[in-house]
Design a protein around this ligand. Sequence first.
Ligand SMILES: [Fe+2]
Ligand SMILES: [Fe+2]
Length: 250
Amino acid sequence: MVLSVVRAASMVEYRSADYVTYLCNIFADDDTFQDAARVWGEEEIQHGRALAKWARLADPSFDFDGAFADFRANYELDLDAEKSIRGTRTAELLSRCMVEIGTSSFYSSIHDAVEEPVLKQVCTLIARDEFGHYGLFRRHMERYLTQEKLGIWSRIRIMVGRTLETSDDELAYAYHAANRLPEPYNRRAASEAYATRALSLYRPVHIKKGVIMAFKALGLSREGWWQDAIATAVYRIMQWRSRKVPQTPA
Ligand SMILES: [Fe+2]
Ligand SMILES: [Fe+2]
């Protein structure tokens, strides 16, 4: 079960060079951020390599190169964009924070769910990097926030919107390509197959940590009962979603 999720994650991580291109276009006049984005991209590519290597050791029939070529050819990114698809630079960076919150809790949850020592170690190191990436994007977001003045409700809207996108086409296609699901590509089936396997790995502690990080990204660092309430609600939704779908191949 974990193997199919790791295969899909290796695809998305390895594709980060495309996101570096996108981010450097969006922040064309910001050399400091561009340098940071390039280092970030290298680390994400390393994550992809490490996960692919583990997946191949676990299953030598895994054809990473073939699956990645399929993923890249059939899930396209708009690399020529000159303006963030999120509207503003602050919004772009906040979205990146949400992705890093998602990845740091994802690898922490795999670490806590598996017994296999090599995968455990790989996930420890990757989760640590993802936490650092969150801090990186948050620092740059705070810098832009003073210039762009994006209000708290707009930030909450962006944050929730980006969180809901985790069921989008990118992960679904990565899962489809990495696990050789039956052709033609069925987005809903692939997305549900991924959710069934990935969401069941999480424990309440991972969600609570993610909620605290999200509040901090919003500039709301004071802890309170509402964070527990939100974490509990999110965890229940994730559990419901991981159970409601039928099992599909791979
Ligand atoms: Fe990563
Ligand atoms: Fe990351």
